[in-house]
Design a protein around this ligand. Structure first.
Ligand code: PLP
Length: 363
């Protein structure tokens, strides 16, 4: 049996007619940039989250950067980020001129460890960026408490967690603002790059909207300088077409994770779900001491896996100037050698999951 790590083709085949029609409409109307398609998706995604404002942009890295700028974070400021994430989370901080300050992750949930945040706060700290990692909500109630105590902004990185909740409240509505990516492989994915920003704060919303569109809200009113970071209409129409399916796709991801957990609980370290949370399983990540060997054996049996991510952020060459050692981030350092992402997508069948689990059990 051959099992890919993700299968975007099978999803397209299920909704092909709708998607093709959506793309065709944009082309026939030559409504490529701006106008009704991005506006429609922005309204729909704001409703989905229950957020007052949702502003689309070009990708989920721009959204982080633009929101930091909209919150007036830059040169001389420090921003707290998890030691384990995709590089965008830290990169965005550096790109606005601020300094990323890494905090190790939780042993059980892979998200930023709130008990380690306070010791990293200085007079320069302006914000915390919790990442809802692998689809698991970060511990938002505790993070919000710390942020309030020190008067810090909270910017949620929701790139891996569309539709996740904690205490029945959507991720992306806890902090001052939230960043989303719609990269093709995310839980809600476009057919190219796409991103967006959620907030209930009208000032952040307006500023972010300006920055993403050359500093203008209406044509030629360049109050500030901005940049070009727009969601194009083809991507917007695809996202509008896919959004109604997201809940169902997420339910299937959760079912798949449950089956994996049942089969693998005694064999490897399987993912735990935080109390009172909905984990949306963007990735299904196990841990095992002989990770590389297992990955090789699975590949020989036709099973594609991946590592998210092979090097924790503080140990990447681009942060070598900080001279971090493994003692600074012991959990991240250990986990980077043990984590393995198994195939995970809504259309994965029970038969495929059982096949994968059996190969892991027999290894
Ligand atoms: C994918 C991702 C991003 C960036 O999204 P792009 O749209 O690829 O720029 C940011 N943060 C996290 C945690 C991600 O997984």
């Amino acid at each position: 049996m051959n099992i890919p790590f993700v299968d975007l083709k099978i999803q397209y085949q299920h909704i092909k007619l709708e998607i093709d029609n959506a793309i065709q409409s944009v082309i026939e109307e030559t409504a490529f940039i701006g106008g009704k398609y991005p506006k429609k998706f922005e309204q729909e995604f704001a409703n989905f989250l229950g957020a007052n404002h949702f502003i689309s942009c070009a990708n989920g890295t721009d959204s982080l950067e633009i929101l930091l700028q909209a919150m007036e974070i830059g040169e001389g400021d420090e921003v707290i980020v998890p030691a384990f994430s995709w590089i965008s989370t830290a990169e965005a901080v550096s790109n606005v001129g601020a300094k990323p300050v890494f905090v190790d992750i939780e042993n059980d949930f892979y998200c930023i460890n709130p008990t380690l945040i306070e010791q990293k706060i200085t007079s320069k700290t302006k914000a915390i960026i919790p990442v809802h990692f692998y689809g698991q909500p970060a511990n938002m109630p505790t993070i919000i408490k710390i942020a309030k105590k020190y008067n810090l902004k909270v910017l949620e990185d929701c790139a891996q967690a569309h539709g996740a909740t904690i205490e029945n409240k959507m991720i992306g509505t806890w902090g001052d603002a939230a960043s989303f990516s719609f990269y093709p492989g995310k839980n809600l994915g476009a057919y190219g790059d796409a991103g967006g920003m959620a907030t209930n704060d009208i000032n952040i919303a307006e500023k972010a909207k300006r920055i993403a569109n050359h500093g203008q809200l209406s044509k030629h009113d360049h109050l500030i300088e901005g940049r070009n970071s727009r969601l194009d209409s083809i991507q917007a129409s695809i996202l509008s077409t896919k959004l109604p399916y997201l809940f169902d796709w997420t339910t299937k991801r959760i079912q798949n994770a449950k089956l994996y957990n049942e089969l693998l609980n005694d064999i490897v370290v399987t993912p735990k779900i935080r109390e009172n949370s909905k984990h949306v399983f963007h990735l299904y990540v196990i841990r095992t001491k002989n990770r590389d060997k297992l990955q090789q054996e699975l590949l020989q049996n036709g099973i594609q896996t991946a590592i998210h991510y092979p090097t924790a952020l503080p140990f990447l060459p681009c942060y070598a100037n900080y001279n971090f050692s493994e003692k600074d981030f012991p959990i991240s350092f250990q986990f980077q050698k043990e984590i393995l992402s198994l195939p995970m997508y809504p259309e994965l069948s029970e038969k495929q999951i059982t096949y994968i689990a059996n190969k892991i059990i027999k290894k």
